[in-house]
Design a protein around this ligand. Structure first.
Ligand code: UDP
Ligand code: MG
Length: 328
């Protein structure tokens, strides 16, 4: 959409906004959250839809969502099990019909009050408006440091520029939605893909709020998995580095061999040296296992991709015109 048109659309309250909200065991938040969200969207436009993606919740989340008033314009995609937030966002994008899509969490950590600013920036011509956390105080220092290490590794190992402290809280233009939907990858690292697709982007700072109710479902194991996905999806360096390390080690070994031969020729055979042998065996054993492990990481991803399984399975859809799943 052209710039002038975007502005006119916003003024006439005609922008069709799709809001995508993944929910997983959020029964304590959904009622208040969707009520506040729809009230905010109503002030921005006359035409919106909220797509709630239930990621296999085991509490009353779905029942609560289905009870919400119809004028909230909520559509529900219910997964058959927990597929993870990234997949939930993907499903939301697959089903979004808006001119723009806004992705946000259901736990009030992404402030609804920032949405008018997001839309304003879209009106200024930006195709992707992303929220950047001003503070990470709500998280433990361990988690913060882990995040720092991850961003540092991402910057060093990949060519794409993943902005620090920007999460999934963002507004995407239709062009970006279509670009993201055209990806065939099954294991998706959204933060990387947002950067990879390009387009005009702008950051909008926001203060992370405390989680309203319930607890975060991202433990360390899940976060580590996400970090490994991030790096392996966008960088081949972990694969290549072993060639380099192998070269260095072989060169050192060759030099050492020449030294041994020379010393033996001059001074005769000399038996001691068991500790060195043991250390060398353990060192090279370790290096080999490590490199095989990294190879395994990539092979596992290739395996997932070639199986061509559906990205997610929907148990049911509510509120969509076509209640069969177009993507699977
Ligand atoms: N979520 C999800 N599937 C999951 C975990 C989380 O859809 O497996 C949703 C959750 O309901 C929330 C959002 O993703 O709307 C962010 O999750 P959470 O607050 O647990 O993560 P954090 O804020 O700690 O990053
Ligand atoms: Mg949260």
């Amino acid at each position: 959409m052209q710039l002038v048109k975007r502005k006119q659309h916003i003024e006439k309250r005609e922008v069709f906004i799709t809001c995508i909200v993944p929910v997983y065991n959020e029964e304590l938040n959904v009622c208040t959250f969707f009520s506040e969200l729809q009230a905010c969207l109503r002030t921005l436009t006359g035409h919106f839809e909220i797509i709630a993606v239930d990621d296999g919740s085991r509490d009353g989340t779905v029942a609560k969502i289905l009870q919400l008033p119809t004028d909230y314009h909520i559509k529900l995609l219910q997964f058959s099990r927990n597929f993870g937030k990234e997949t939930a966002l993907m499903a939301g994008l697959d089903h979004a019909s808006g001119d723009v899509a806004i992705l946000m969490d259901a736990d009030f950590q992404h402030p609804i009050t920032v949405l008018p600013e997001f839309l304003k920036q879209w009106g200024e011509g930006y195709d992707m408006v992303y929220g950047v956390r001003e503070n990470r105080d709500t998280e433990s220092s361990l988690k913060r440091n882990f995040a720092k290490l991850f961003y540092w590794l991402m910057a060093k190992l990949t060519k794409i520029d993943v902005p620090n402290n920007a999460g999934d809280f963002r507004l995407l233009d239709r062009k970006v939605i279509d670009a993201l939907n055209s990806f065939k990858e099954r294991t998706r690292f959204m933060k990387g893909l947002y950067a990879w697709v390009g387009f005009k982007k702008i950051a909008v700072p926001y203060e992370v709020q405390e989680r309203a109710a319930g607890k975060s479902s991202w433990g360390f194991v899940k976060l580590t998995e996400l970090a490994i996905t991030g790096i392996t999806s966008f960088s081949n360096i972990p694969l290549r580095v072993w060639g380099f390390i192998g070269f260095i080690i072989s060169s050192v070994a060759l030099i050492y061999a020449i030294y041994i031969v020379t010393v033996t020729l001059i001074y005769g055979a000399d038996l001691p040296g068991y500790p060195t042998t043991v250390v060398a065996i353990m060192f090279f054993g370790g290096i080999q296992l490590l490199s095989i492990g990294i190879l395994g990481e990539y092979i596992a991803r290739i395996f997932t991709e070639v199986k061509q399984r559906p990205k997610y399975i929907l148990e049911q859809k509510h509120g969509f015109n076509d209640e069969t799943d177009p993507t699977n």
